[in-house]
Each structure stands twice: as structure tokens, then as C-alpha cells.
Design a protein around this ligand. Structure first.
Ligand code: NI
Length: 167
């Protein structure tokens, strides 16, 4: 396994739209394992392939306290969503920035597992939020792009300043 570099907002590669996975094979399982290792190391609760510059529909998620409930979603689709709730989000591609985003409270998602088998999951709470956040990445969208223009400008300025300090 290997740690993968994570793209930082506003890297234009974060805007790429991920393509569906055609075949769940060993190379895809290796990608998922590397993404999981990268997510746990960061540490984070979710990571989309887009964030490691792989533009395939794959996300890894683990919202458990014990960090032992890895979920890998291949070609995920939100089949239904209901309710609305505002919660604070962060992102490994936008380090140090947290803000409130409105999401559906519950979602039903279908996907392929690492054996290529179709699965269906009903999620609520943090897991539902995380699924929506990661699927946004696959569609080229970072959570800060759901905030007001004013907030986005502030965030871009803050990140540019951070980049100068660490460069
Ligand atoms: Ni994110």
C-alpha cells in the first residue's frame, strides 16, 4: 500500500468529473486500499478518488469512532434523499477550513462493492453527510463552493496566505 498525495483546493484538477468504473479488478482494489490508507493517515473520515487525482467514481469512508468500519463505494448513486440539516464540514483538500453546509438528512445510495456486487445502503447522520460530500467531489465540487461568494473569497485568500507561509 502507499500514501497518495492529496490535491489542495483550488487546484483545477478538483473540478474534473470522475468517470464510472468499468471493471472492479485488482488494480481498482489496490487504488481503494491506497485511498483508505491515505484517509486514515491524514486523518479524515472520507476521501474521493478525485482528491488523489484519479478521476474514477470511487470513494472511501469510515465515520466510526474505532476507525474499523471502512466503506468503499464504487460508482455510487444517490437514489433518494430526504430531510435537510445544516452541519459543519471540513475537507482534506481544504485544510483548516470548516463551515456549515446544508445537506439531506437521509440518503439511499446504491454502489458496487470491491467484488463488483451491487449494494444498497440507507444512511443518516454523519454517514449521510459524508456520502453527499464525497459524491460532490466525484462531480468536481468542493464543499466551499456551496458557501457564499464572500466566504469563498475569504477562504481563497486565507489558503493563498497559508501557501506563502509554507512555501
Ligand atoms: Ni472533501
Amino acid at each position: 500500500m502507499a500514501l497518495l498525495p492529496i490535491l489542495r483546493f483550488p487546484d483545477p484538477r478538483l473540478k474534473k468529473i470522475a468517470a464510472p468504473v468499468q471493471k472492479v479488478d485488482d488494480s481498482l482494489r489496490r487504488l481503494a486500499a491506497d485511498m483508505a490508507e491515505t484517509m486514515y493517515e491524514a486523518p479524515g473520515i472520507g476521501l474521493a478518488a478525485t482528491q488523489v487525482d484519479v478521476h474514477k467514481q470511487v470513494v472511501v469512508i469510515d465515520v466510526s469512532e474505532e476507525r474499523n468500519a471502512l466503506l468503499v463505494l464504487v460508482n455510487p448513486r444517490i437514489e433518494s434523499a430526504d430531510g435537510a440539516k445544516e452541519g459543519e464540514e471540513g475537507c482534506l483538500s481544504v485544510p483548516g477550513i470548516y463551515d456549515k453546509v446544508e445537506r439531506a438528512e437521509r440518503v439511499v445510495v446504491t454502489y458496487l462493492d470491491l467484488e463488483g456486487q451491487p449494494q444498497r445502503l440507507e444512511a443518516e447522520g454523519l454517514l449521510a453527510v459524508c456520502i453527499q460530500h464525497e459524491l460532490d467531489h466525484l462531480n468536481g465540487k468542493v464543499f466551499v463552493e456551496r458557501l457564499s461568494q464572500l466566504k469563498q473569497t475569504r477562504i481563497r485568500n486565507k489558503l493563498a496566505k497559508q501557501a506563502r507561509v509554507t512555501a
